[in-house]
Ligand binder design. Structure first.
Ligand code: GAP
Length: 444
């Protein structure tokens, strides 16, 4: 089947993630906790590579963005000022027979329970922030909240960053970190969970230039998705929010939507948050957060353009887009599952094998190549089963290149390098292997 037409089922992807150590249900030993996930040995590598790709494009390669890591728990006063205590609600309906609860907007106006057919209550607003208490005394002053977005930690540090760096507007503050939402319903694997990670950029601009910057960031983010991350353009699209959908802080929002197996849904939002948040924190804290432009001698509250995406949702999309199944020969066993991940995202870049595991000189030579590559990049070692099976195992986790040490290696110091996507095998000298893979990684 042509790769463009393939949509892998969620069941297959979830099974692969568990089998190969990408994602496990959280607290499984105790029956699990709905809406929470743990990332296994390969998952944590993929997640880090995604975050690195985002940080590189949005911080390291730019002159106008710096990074920040703010606390996950912040006091009520911040959430009162930002409007989250009043507005960070989802409409909740309850089945009057089975007592199950649903997000009203997921039911598209239905009046009977999708589980038991019972009547549904009127919708009421449910605040999805997790509340906690800081310190041993439980009183009003100790109430705090786990952040539902990283953005507020950035806004309350706007002045600190401005005063500690030479940046002038327009400039941005990027943050990657956990956020928490007590979602009414979770589901579709890691698509919507209660603890997740976000990659958010708050880009501060002069009022009046915000429309231009909004367009700029939409284009730049599309470039990142299709070029840096390698998402197939036909699977991703931009959709502008209708006025009725806008968050309480937004003047205009565009969603990047992805064609998931369960429908076309949000992947990332780009919002024009105007001066809403900085003004709210000026009012809430009594501290001046205006910006003085030396050149034009104007004082103003900056507007903010915010591209915001979940790491976990990116992880899901990267896997869905990379997943492929292919018939490689006439026999039913000639079928392979392959993750066609961008090499920079792949958990392992290279796998090294001795042709057979019971020949000490082959194993020793392969071990030495493995040890040479290991400080440079993530390398897998596999000596179990035959080479064909090892290729299949590496294909399934997206390893771009496999190095096999065979008898010829002992004679002429060359190895076979097998390519994941084309399955072609070429001989290369052992000397220079690191350079070869490093060059290929840079080329993407
Ligand atoms: N600061 C703006 C903000 O948080 P959002 O659209 O609510 O906006 C941004 O969230 C992104 O965070 C979403 O596009 C999605 O990728 C991710 N996200 C939000 N809620 C999530 C959840 N419950 N589980 C996983 N990812 C989530």
């Amino acid at each position: 089947m042509a790769i463009e037409e393939q949509i892998v089922s969620m069941d297959k992807l979830v099974a692969l993630c568990k089998r190969r150590g990408f994602v496990f249900g959280s607290s499984e030993l105790y029956g699990g906790l709905s809406g929470f996930w743990d990332y296994g040995p390969l998952g944590v590598e993929l997640k880090q590579n995604i975050k690195r790709a985002w940080w590189r494009a949005n911080v390291h390669l730019r002159d106008d963005v710096v990074g920040l890591e703010s606390a996950l728990i912040m006091p009520s006063a911040i959430w009162a000022a930002s409007g989250h205590l009043q507005n960070f609600n989802d409409p909740l309906v309850e089945c009057q027979s089975c007592k199950r609860r649903f997000r009203a907007d997921d039911l598209e106006g239905a009046t009977v329970c999708p589980q038991c057919g019972g009547p549904l209550s009127e919708a009421r607003q449910f605040n999805t922030m997790f509340q906690t208490q800081v310190g041993p005394v439980a009183d009003e002053g100790s109430i705090a909240y786990l952040r539902p977005e990283t953005a507020q930690g950035t806004f309350v540090n706007f002045k600190n960053v401005l005063q500690s760096t030479p940046h002038k507007i327009p400039f941005g503050i990027a943050q990657i970190g956990k956020s928490f939402r007590n979602e009414i319903t979770t589901g579709n694997f890691i698509f919507r969970s209660r603890e997740f990670e976000q990659m958010e950029l708050e880009f501060f601009v002069k009022p009046g230039t915000d429309d231009e910057w909004f367009d700029y960031w939409r284009d730049e983010r599309m470039r990142w998705w299709t070029h840096d991350i390698g998402i197939r353009p036909q699977n991703i699209r931009l959709r502008d929010h209708a006025v009725s959908e806008l968050s309480h802080y937004s003047k205009q929002t565009s969603d990047f939507e992805y064609r998931y197996p369960f429908g076309t849904r949000e992947l990332e939002g780009v919002a024009d948050r105007t001066d809403f948040d900085l003004k709210a924190h000026m009012a809430g804290s009594g501290i001046d957060l205006t910006y003085y432009d030396d050149e034009t001698q104007e004082r103003y509250v900056p507007y903010v353009i915010e591209p915001a995406v979940g790491v976990d949702r990116t992880f899901l999309v990267v896997l869905l887009d990379a997943y492929d199944e292919e018939q490689t020969g006439p026999k039913p066993s000639d079928r392979r599952t392959v993750l066609r991940l961008k090499s920079q995202l792949a958990p392992y870049k290279v796998a090294v094998f001795p042709l057979v595991a019971n020949k000490p000189d082959l194993v020793a030579r392969a071990r030495s190549i493995y040890a040479t590559l290991k400080p440079e990049m993530m390398v897998a070692w596999d000596s179990i089963g035959n080479v064909g099976k090892r290729y299949r195992r590496q294909d399934e986790v997206g390893t771009p290149w496999c190095v096999t040490v065979d008898y010829q290696t002992l004679e002429d110091s060359t190895v076979t390098v097998r390519d994941r996507d084309t399955m072609t095998q070429e001989r290369h000298p052992v000397v220079g292997l690191s350079d070869l893979f490093r060059e290929r990684l840079v080329a993407g």
